[in-house]
Design a protein around this ligand. Structure first.
Ligand SMILES: NC(=O)c1ccc[n+]([C@@H]2O[C@H](COP(=O)([O-])OP(=O)(O)OC[C@H]3O[C@@H](n4cnc5c(N)ncnc54)[C@H](O)[C@@H]3O)[C@@H](O)[C@H]2O)c1
Ligand SMILES: [Fe+2]
Length: 385
């Protein structure tokens, strides 16, 4: 049996932001609490959102203090402000971090409890306040997923939280909000979305629906990621990346991510490496490790990405995929953990705990080849640099 879940309303396209008030009216919502970060508030992008809401007479309360990789402390602060505001919905405006913050506080608004109680394998389905997600990065796909990720700063753990409580009611996917992303952010978030698509496709929980979305995402992202980085003003490339990231989010929300994400979260938690970058550091080595267990699936990824032909055998297509993932990291200047400045001593010291957290998240068990802790540690050692 396959269960598919999606936001109730998805508005996609250049300028879709202008349709947000109409979508809110369709859902009977009028008093939003906006969660965003300091950069977006200062850059004028939040003013764009408030102006759109203002045209419909909607007045919002703004919380602009969330941080990249949101922590329990910032979530609690936002939740307090939400409860004082009398809002009827929560808008996450920004990259994955503001959207994920919005998701948690919306879920806890009606029934507050400690954030760590939401950590997977717990599933939280009971709805809180309606969530509206407006991404400004083409990356996480969080606007369409039933996941949120919060860092427990006490245990240095990026907690994966899952359930329908975190699935937005409304998603507005407007690539024009991504036009000012710098090259590094475009690369990191783009590789995150490519990783979502590949992992959803090779996941043990893949299904016909998630496959279709994952393949669409790979077709959109792979030929456009370098262009979007090199030509920030290229609207066609930006649009392909945004729609690709969205399809990839739908894909993994309805299949799952796997070993790359399982191992990537502890790297983010311990070393504060941006999420997409830690995925990129791991993706080639983990693909090489996993491919023998699902050669036809990885070969299909290579074909969707346009780097292998339909006539070509699986073995050869997978060799091309491994080459391409290496080339992508070189072209997009992805460092190794070592060249990123992480101390070798500290990396090897925390490796057992990173492996423990990776396994505990459940993601590695969706991988075509399921590793044990020792194999995960070997992979961490291999990618160090
Ligand atoms: N919920 C999910 O399904 C899911 C999936 C993948 C990742 N995540 C999580 O999402 C977070 C990462 O999100 P992200 O990669 O989108 O980055 P982010 O939200 O952490 O933002 C990174 C930086 O980019 C800036 N930024 C955002 N939009 C911009 C724009 N249009 N122009 C210029 N700068 C901009 C932000 O201000 C911030 O400084 C991580 O915590 C990750 O674990 C969640
Ligand atoms: Fe991700």
């Amino acid at each position: 049996m396959v269960a598919i879940t999606l936001p109730r309303i998805i508005r996609i396209g250049g300028g879709a932001l202008a349709e947000l008030p109409e979508a809110m009216t369709q859902c009977g919502l009028s008093r939003p609490f906006v969660v965003t970060d300091g950069f977006l508030a200062q850059s004028g992008m939040v003013d764009r959102l408030l102006a759109v809401l203002g045209t419909a007479g909607i007045v919002a309360t703004v919380f602009a203090e969330t941080v990249p990789d949101p922590t329990v402390a910032v979530v609690e602060q936002a939740l307090k402000a939400l409860r004082l505001s009398g809002s009827d919905c929560v808008i996450g405006f920004g990259g994955g971090s503001p959207i994920d913050t919005a998701k948690v506080i919306a879920a806890l608004a009606l029934e507050p409890r400690p954030v760590p109680t939401l950590k997977a394998p717990v599933t939280t389905d009971a709805p809180g306040l309606p969530i509206i997600a407006v991404p400004t990065t083409a990356g996480t796909g969080s606007e369409a997923t039933r996941f949120t990720i919060v860092t427990d700063e006490v245990t240095s753990e990026k907690m994966l939280c899952a359930g329908l409580a975190f699935l937005p009611t409304i998603a507005v996917v407007d690539f024009e909000l991504t036009m000012a992303k710098p090259a590094r952010l475009t690369a990191d978030t783009g590789i995150d979305s490519l990783t979502h698509a590949i992992e959803a496709y090779v996941s043990r929980r893949a299904n016909a629906f998630s496959d279709a979305m994952a393949i669409s995402a790979m077709k959109l992202i792979a030929p456009n990621i370098r262009t979007a980085c090199a030509e920030p003003g290229n609207r066609a490339a930006r649009e392909a990346m945004m729609v690709g990231a969205h399809h990839a989010g739908i894909a993994f929300s309805n299949a799952s991510v796997a070993l790359v994400h399982g191992m990537s979260r502890p790297v983010g938690a311990f070393f504060h490496v941006p999420h997409g970058l830690s995925n990129a550091m791991l993706l080639p080595a983990i693909t090489a490790f996993s491919a023998p267990a699902a050669l036809p699936r990885y070969a299909a990824c290579a074909r969707a990405m346009g780097i292998a032909s339909v006539e070509e055998g699986d073995q050869s297509a997978v060799a091309r995929l491994l080459d391409e993932l290496g080339a992508l990291n070189r072209d997009l200047s992805v460092p190794t953990p070592q060249s990123h400045g992480i101390s070798r001593e500290r990396w090897f010291e925390v490796m057992p705990e990173m492996a423990r957290q990776a396994l505990a998240s459940g993601s590695p068990s969706n991988n075509p080849r399921v590793p044990d802790a020792a194999e995960i540690e070997r992979l961490y050692a291999e990618v160090f640099g």
